[in-house]
Design a protein around this ligand. Structure first.
Ligand code: ATP
Length: 243
């Protein structure tokens, strides 16, 4: 993996997406300051220098782009397992967040593209990760939702932290390419933040489903046991919340 670190950029995901046609192998781009971080559906990701880890990894898969649907779930598992090596009890919120004690520690944004000259059997994924080290008051106000950090991560050697995250991610990506999401379902469900808890699925603020969160099925859909039976929810632009 080629590693690049820049002082400041708008969005590491945007930069790598723009650079895809020129890439020959995996690239990790880390920004010390990210000024226009992105979330899903045009939402934004906030970070502050020295208080956040923001990076993206461009990775080419010998898989068609539709086979990457479950990738955010595999990346969540890889992140949570890497954080467990530092004794951080990270849990997963479907489809793309990492929580600590119910609050968001890290977000994952994956943007993918077919690989141009080989459109059907290869694709690039740009895997963006924002991880909070510390959340100060001004960041908390900008975020507007429960966020958290792990301040003592700042005491670690930053290269060691990045190397641990990167090796867990790379291992997961190779496994995803060979075994697909199947290799991650049980691990994801073991890390599920809302296992057995009352949850709602929101679509633009409107309650689509409510019931008990049961984790993910083989296709990466979120399972809710509602009064009328079990429902499997696809990861379009819907939001999961505790009830
Ligand atoms: P939903 O929970 O509705 O499914 P999401 O959690 O998938 O949304 P994303 O689009 O992945 O949201 O991330 C963007 C959202 O994350 C923002 O709208 C904001 O609420 C929150 N957010 C932004 N920056 C941070 C941060 N540094 N720490 C924690 N949460 C953040």
């Amino acid at each position: 993996v080629t590693v690049r670190v820049v002082e400041e950029t708008g969005s590491t995901n945007a930069d790598l997406l723009a650079a895809l046609p020129t890439l020959h192998g995996p690239v990790l781009l880390q920004a010390k300051r990210q000024t226009a971080g992105r979330g899903r559906a045009g939402r934004s990701w906030h970070s502050a220098e020295g208080k956040s880890l923001t990076f993206s990894l461009a990775w080419k898969f010998d898989l068609p782009v539709h086979a990457l649907v479950g990738l955010p779930l595999a990346v969540g598992v890889a992140l949570a397992e890497a954080l467990a090596m530092f004794s951080i009890d990270a849990r997963l919120k479907w489809p793309n967040d990492v929580l600590v004690q119910g609050r968001k520690l890290a977000g994952i944004l994956i943007e993918s593209a077919g690989a141009g000259s080989v459109p059907h059997d290869a694709s690039w994924a740009v895997i963006g990760i924002g991880l909070n080290i510390a959340v100060d008051d001004s960041m908390a106000a900008a975020i507007g939702r429960a966020a958290t950090g792990v301040p003592w991560l700042a005491d670690l050697d930053p290269n060691m932290l990045m190397a641990t995250l990167l090796s867990s991610l790379a291992e997961a990506l190779v496994q995803f390419e060979h075994e697909g999401l199947a290799a991650f379902i049980g691990r994801w469900n073991a890390l599920h933040a809302y296992a057995g808890q009352a949850v709602v699925i929101l679509d633009n603020g409107r309650v689509l489903h409510e019931g008990i969160g049961r984790g993910i099925d083989a296709g990466g859909r979120f399972l809710i046991e509602s009064a009328s039976g079990q429902v499997a929810v696809m990861a379009g632009d819907v939001s999961l919340r505790p009830k």
